[in-house]
Design a protein around this ligand. Sequence first.
Ligand SMILES: [Mg+2]
Length: 284
Amino acid sequence: MKKVILFDVDGTLVKAGGCGLKALNRAILSMSGVDDICSQFELQGSTDRDNFNNAFKAAFGRKPSKKEFTKLKEKYLEVLPEEVDKAVEDGRYENIKGVENFLKYLSNCSDVFLALATGNFEEGAHLKLVPSGISHYFSIGGFGGDYERREDMLMSAVKNVEKFIGEKIQPPQVYVIGDTEKDVQAAKAHGYHSGIVMDGFGHPERLRSNAPEIIVDNFSDILPWLMWLGLKKDPKGVSRGSYICPDTPIEHAYYGMTGVGSFLSKKDFNEMEKMIKKAKHRKP
Ligand SMILES: [Mg+2]
């Protein structure tokens, strides 16, 4: 059965050194004279349509007209390549560790299809990926220039893949890899699998409370990802629906005690921490 793996861009494939934020700041500055507009709201995990509307509203006190939105987008795309270059020059641009090897491996799997699912405009996503050397793995995707809601952008990514391969895709065939809780929420809204890269821009507690199926720092070890994707067997021989990689000492301990990989609620997490502390202090 074909597996469709959808990758977010910022914080998941690359860290582009804030070039999108800087380009949006410059675009708003040139239209309104207001500087550093992006300091007034949170951009991470939202779509460009949402972010650009918010930036315009913060500067002008109202929503942009269609024409104004297009103008803002044009200004942004005009200065983005320069900001990407600056980020590379200043050493602010980096690929997420191990991503080249992971994509190479996946691209050689016959039953796997790779696509982008990002809040960026399509043009913006490709511009941001130019220095990464991995953009050739992604010919199509879903993009946040047309959608305010990440859920709708994800759905469009899957529809575009269906059109491209000429096959209907069922939700369990879709694996979403992102770095914020918004990626997880959008994936769950459609019944897709969700995996999280911790080295991105997500907030650890918010990520855990949204319970993705897997959280791993990056792609330097691809085995947990491959097990999650069902492309490799769990070497421990434990059969579970989804492989959960414990990412904290507490969860390692929980896994060691129960044999079950699980993300704990905040309350359970605190309880477990207390239990482990107590056990450590107990005299033999
Ligand atoms: Mg992201």
